[in-house]
Design a binder for this molecule. Structure first.
Ligand code: FAD
Length: 364
């Protein structure tokens, strides 16, 4: 039985926190300022929800995957899935990050009443991520474009539960989709079930909020209109022009907690969306569950999305990138455990043994 003190010691103090936000707002003890979470007071609760929903406390991910994606063909590199497509929005939406696919999937969900409310992230400012719940199609525009800073969006699940929402949709980073599944997996029997449709984003890492200060110093007096990661670097578009930053400079601002993440493609989502790297303005879409297939088909039928077969060569590259993240971060995980961080995954399970063997093979 574990609660807030264990969360503090095992996750918050060890810097493994993913800033998914799932632990926030169950009680007033955990507070959030920008990308920091703190336990404000000592907590005596021995079976805290904060601990049981955290993606960085011990989790049997294979059991969770079996429960929520049963009978879906397994793939070691990019997770269980039915099919991958190259996709973009037929008309597009102002400010979209890549192909605008996510915005039109959300529009489809709201129009077809597949969810009462959707968890989105965005503001007028293109850097600061602010999570919000909305049932309004007009609000989709506010969330167009990626804010690469991490934000604790999963805290909004409690707001949805308090509003008695029974069907919701979530757009989130891989850690947030993990938390979403864990939340239901460890749901106490007396808590009502919430039907959730999940759109998972691809994510190699997210940035700490000190990156915002860095941008202000680098480009004083300029308003940032868009951040993007094309193949050649990191692009900052401001009202004065387009600036390029070396990717290694930007990576220095990635959150320490991202080093412990083994999921690049949101492997537990109903449908996952990322950039289609070889061609700007398109997305990669991975359909994982029949629910994901349904919203995708609906968006195609409405004429919102255009899809093409996924090129075999690109699928190979995507799997390589995903395995690269897994193997790199597995080393971080192992080192953390060796230094005394409490294990949050079973490195002796068949899955991680196979991954370790692969990592060793890759290193040779
Ligand atoms: C932190 C981060 C890292 C990423 N890393 C990669 C990567 O390595 N490789 C890759 O292919 N793709 C990555 N992506 C995904 C990519 O940037 C696009 O989100 C994705 O391709 C969908 O594009 P779109 O045009 O369909 O999105 P749009 O139609 O523009 O919709 C954007 C959606 O993103 C959501 N969103 C924006 N910021 C955040 C945030 N901070 N947290 C949660 N949700 C958010 C909004 O709610 C909105 O629904 C990353 C995204 C984020 C937020």
């Amino acid at each position: 039985m574990c609660g807030g003190m264990e969360l503090k010691n095992e996750v918050l103090a060890s810097a493994t926190c993913a800033l998914c936000g799932a632990c926030l707002d169950w009680c007033p003890y955990i507070a959030n300022i920008e990308d920091h979470l703190v336990l404000r007071f000592d907590c005596n609760v021995s079976n805290g929800r904060c601990y049981s929903v955290c993606p960085r406390t011990f989790t049997d991910w294979e059991a969770i995957s079996e429960k929520y994606l049963p009978d879906i063909p397994r793939d070691f590199a990019i997770g269980p899935h039915l099919k991958a497509y190259k996709v973009k929005a037929a008309k597009g939406i102002n400010g979209q990050q890549d192909g605008g696919t996510v915005s039109y999937l959300v529009k489809t969900i709201l129009e077809d009443e597949l969810a009462e409310t959707v968890l989105l992230t965005g503001t007028d400012d293109q850097v600061t991520p602010e999570p919000f719940l909305s049932s309004e199609i007009d609000d989709i525009q506010k969330s167009a474009g990626s804010r690469f800073l991490a934000s604790p969006g999963m805290r909004k699940i409690i707001e949805a539960q308090n509003n008695k929402v029974q069907k919701m949709a979530v757009v989130g980073r891989p850690c947030q989709i993990q938390a979403l599944r864990k939340l239901d997996y460890n749901r106490p029997p007396q808590k009502p079930e919430v039907e959730v449709l999940s759109i998972g984003l691809f994510c190699m890492w997210s940035l700490g909020w000190d990156f915002k200060d860095y941008l202000q110093k680098q480009f004083p007096e300029e308003e940032v209109l868009r951040l993007a990661i094309p193949q050649h670097g990191f692009e900052v578009t401001t009202d004065k022009g387009v600036h390029e930053l070396p990717i290694d400079t930007v990576k220095k601002f990635s959150r320490a907690g991202c080093n412990y993440c083994l999921d690049m493609t949101s492997e537990l989502a109903d449908i996952s969306v990322g950039a289609f790297e070889p061609q700007e303005g398109w997305n990669t879409v991975i359909i994982r569950t029949p629910k994901g297939q349904q919203i995708f088909n609906d968006a195609l039928t409405k004429g919102y999305l255009i899809s093409e077969e996924y090129p075999e060569e690109e699928l190979k590259r995507l799997k390589g990138a995903s395995l690269g993240k897994k193997t790199r971060n597995l080393n971080h995980v192992q080192t953390a455990f060796d230094k005394g961080v409490k294990p949050f995954i079973d490195l002796n399970s068949a899955y991680y043994i196979q991954l370790k063997e692969l990592a060793e093979g890759m290193v040779k």
